[in-house]
Design a protein around this ligand. Sequence first.
Ligand code: A3P
Length: 291
Amino acid sequence: MQGSEMAEGYMWYAGIPFPAQLYKPEDIRAAHEQFVVKDEDIIMVTYPKSGTHWLIEILCLILTKGDPKWVRSVNTYDRSPWIETESGNTTIVNRKEGPPLISSHLPIQLFPKSFFTSKAKLIYVIRNPKDVLISGYYFWRSTNLAKKPESLEQYFEWFLRGHVPYWSWFDHVRGWLSWREKENVLVLCYEEMRKDPRKSVEKICRFLGKALEPGELNLVLENSSFQALKENKMSNFSSVAKELVLNDFKITRKGITGDWKNHFTPAQTQAFEETFREKMAGLPPELFPWD
Ligand code: A3P
């Protein structure tokens, strides 16, 4: 890898900054150009900090009908490997049995080309980008995965410009939302999942064509709750190598909606909303059901 590609903790590929510690250009290229998506695959895509780990937990538990044995014994990244990492790609390609779960943070233009002619089911989760920004700020400054922000002010600037890992939230979301009406795509919203987790799990089950008994549905909800995830070492980031994560950082920070209100200044709120209006112009406001 060239020094310039790794500048500032990022590996730039097709104009997108990826965390240099995790990605190599050839892995992104392999995911985009060679990876073969199968019709039976169940794919989860998010912009980071939108509820990725939560959705993976829910999907795994739906597939085990609420039985927590699997989520408590195998870590998230082996249950639903990332296509764009070398290890994730290898795990998926060599997988002989087990549920066909796949995860990704890739923007749509770098997603495996084979998906777009497949019948694989894909779930994309969106979250209020102001909360994504706050969650990302605490996350990236607690890991050695990419460039660490020195202050919230600095990260705020990076976020609005898209100079953050996995690129601009606005472009990532806009890109994926262009596929929202396809039969094999389901868009979920973190805020709605928080408000009514039961309804969200039922929606996912309908989309996947998986029926659960009421008791099984209760077990899915119980075992994917914020507290359950926080306590599950296989799901809360505890299994990530110590040199990559600082001070016992856990993915389950607060798990609430609207934390941005505790952080943004009025000027930041205004600047953010202007950018949002400009970048998301033309999209129906009901796609973004948050305040
Ligand atoms: P906060 O940092 O705002 O607390 P990702 O998995 O995409 O990295 O997203 C992490 C965010 O999802 C964190 O947000 C985390 O607390 C939240 N989260 C994780 N599990 C959750 C759950 N079971 N219920 C609600 N939020 C959850």
